[in-house]
Design a protein. Structure first.
Length: 533
């Protein structure tokens, strides 16, 4: 309305000439285009528009048969001694919009992706993952269109048309208007504004090109329960002020631990874990799904620790993460592990990152994760250490905690006590090197388990507020051929087995009202299925 009013008032000004009217009309058209360009770009970057711009979904005849065929073909490639060189033109890998929309790749494309990433090239493959995330960021946040010719053409034409209008308006309005008809001040202001707009239109693509060269930070956020408690002991006065002004949560969110710079090394460990899964675990569709459901069980079985430590993984996932996090720190301080111990360092970094997710980003850890567990265990720790002074050193706090756990029977029903039992079981392995390999293996499986259960929408959301390392793991899992979130919630194997079970019950004349598929009959042992006929 303001623009229309200004146009109306200027139409009858003393400067009125045919050239002036042309300038005003062109300037008005350019302004309308610029006003509409941003909402149009935002609409194209919305999830509904991105979903509509993706290729048409292919109808699947039988998901189980397609999966079996995919696993067999992948096994042939994995077990072959020679792997063909990578293809250079893999544009759909670099803009995997389907993954962020929680859509699964067709199995042929997934097999191609797996072959592309199967042989790890250290920094090169890590940079490939960074490039994928950067491309998705451009699509969602800086008006970079997808690989869609029509959208690209429209955006390019709008930009060029606006630039030409601004430039032509500047020439006609400032140079071609008679000098006698000019108001000096208004003319200079108008010329400066038009010239600035023209320069911005010209420089915008170059600025965006410079922005694309910015490298994502190679960091992993860290958060430690014992470290958090020790810091609270060191800064008691600050914590009291924060509680008094009811900004304790804000302080916790904006006062993190020093981040880890080992994301590339941990990504390599994740890649090796997936390779081992393809080589040693995955044989068919059933074992393929089981591998995507493990969260530490495979490591315990391979290291012959499942009978003594398996109980810790039978709890809800957020509780298991908390138990293993505390146990990892207890083992580190009790065994006097060197800071240079690579396996121990990687284990603690993954442990602290998972605790960061639980405390500050629980929806990405796993749907239904309870962030209040962290504060609940902190209160338990405060009760256990009540009257023990204000020592802020982690090692001393750990030793006092263990001493109080041994002497206080009331502490046996706490998370801290369960974590101490787990730490004892780990240290009873006897070999320090083997202990840390077990801990690292469990944390790698938990990290992959969490990444595979985080929606693509949350990964896209995290790109705008600060990249989460979990997105690297999630992308690597998807491009190494693992099961996606959408597939996991649409599994059909168990339904087919239930049909077979129902037929057997009818043949035997059973009148049972509950059908249960047991692991011996081929169902996934990690699926709990109870179906009423």
């Amino acid at each position: 309305m303001v623009v229309l009013w200004v146009l109306y008032k200027s139409w009858g000004s003393p400067l009125r000439t045919k050239r002036f009217q042309v300038v005003v009309i062109l300037l008005f058209i350019g302004g309308i285009i610029k006003c509409l360009q941003k909402p149009w770009s935002l609409k194209n970057a919305s999830f509904s528009s991105l979903a509509n711009s993706c290729d048409e979904s292919q109808r699947t005849t039988s998901r189980e048969e397609d999966l079996e065929k995919y696993v067999l073909e992948a096994r042939v490639f994995v077990l072959s001694e020679e792997h063909p060189p990578r293809r250079s033109n893999m544009s759909y890998i670099y803009k995997p919009v389907m993954l962020f929309l929680d859509m699964a790749y067709p199995y042929p494309d997934r097999l191609t992706n797996m072959k592309y990433f199967f042989v790890w090239r250290n920094a090169k493959d890590y940079i490939e993952l960074e490039r994928i995330l950067a491309n998705i960021f451009e699509v969602l946040y800086i008006r970079e269109d997808m690989k869609n010719y029509k959208q690209c053409s429209r955006g390019w034409l709008c930009g060029m048309f606006t630039f030409v209008l601004c430039f032509y308006t500047l020439i006609m309005g400032f140079l071609m208007t008679p000098i006698s008809a000019k108001n000096r001040v208004d003319g200079i202001v108008t010329a400066v504004l038009l010239f600035g707009t023209t320069v911005l239109e010209f420089l915008a693509p170059k600025i965006m090109g410079w922005y694309r060269k910015i490298k994502w930070p190679d960091t992993m956020a860290q958060h430690s329960l014992i470290g958090y408690f020790a810091r609270s002991r060191r800064h008691t006065m600050l914590m009291r002020f924060a509680r008094f002004f009811q900004c304790k949560d804000l302080l916790d969110q904006n006062w993190p631990m020093k981040p880890s710079y080992s994301s590339m090394h941990i990504t390599k460990l994740v890649h090796q874990h997936i390779r081992d899964g393809w080589k040693e675990y995955i044989k068919d569709a059933g074992s393929y799904r089981e591998f995507n459901d493990i969260r530490g069980q495979w490591t315990l079985v391979r290291k012959s620790c499942d009978e003594s430590l398996g109980w810790s993984l039978e709890k809800p996932f957020d509780e298991s993460v908390l138990l293993w996090h505390i146990a990892t720190d207890l083992c580190f301080h009790q065994m006097d592990t060197s800071l240079g111990h690579e396996c121990a360092s990687r284990s603690r970094e993954i442990s602290n990152y998972m605790m960061h997710l639980l405390f500050l980003n629980p929806e990405m850890l796993m749907p239904g994760s309870r962030s209040n567990l962290f504060k609940f265990v902190c209160r338990e720790l405060r009760v256990i250490l009540k009257g023990e002074g204000t020592s802020g050193k982690e090692k001393r706090l750990v030793q006092k905690t263990i001493d109080n756990l041994k002497s206080n029977d009331d502490a046996k029903e706490t998370f801290i006590h369960d974590a101490w039992l787990l730490a004892q079981g780990l240290m009873d392995i006897g070999d320090e090197s083997k202990t840390w390999k077990v801990i690292q293996g469990v944390w790698l499986e938990m990290l992959c388990f969490s990444a595979g259960r985080c929606r693509g929408y949350l990964h896209a959301k995290s790109l705008g507020s600060g990249l989460e390392y979990l997105s690297y793991v999630w992308l690597l899992l998807a491009h190494m051929g693992m099961e996606t979130f959408s597939e996991r919630i649409q599994r059909t194997m168990s339904i087919n087995l239930l049909k077979q079970r129902r037929e057997r019950l009818r043949n035997t004349g059973s009148d049972s009202n509950t059908l249960f598929v047991s692991p011996d009959e081929g169902a996934n042992p990690f699926d709990e299925i109870v179906v009423l006929p």
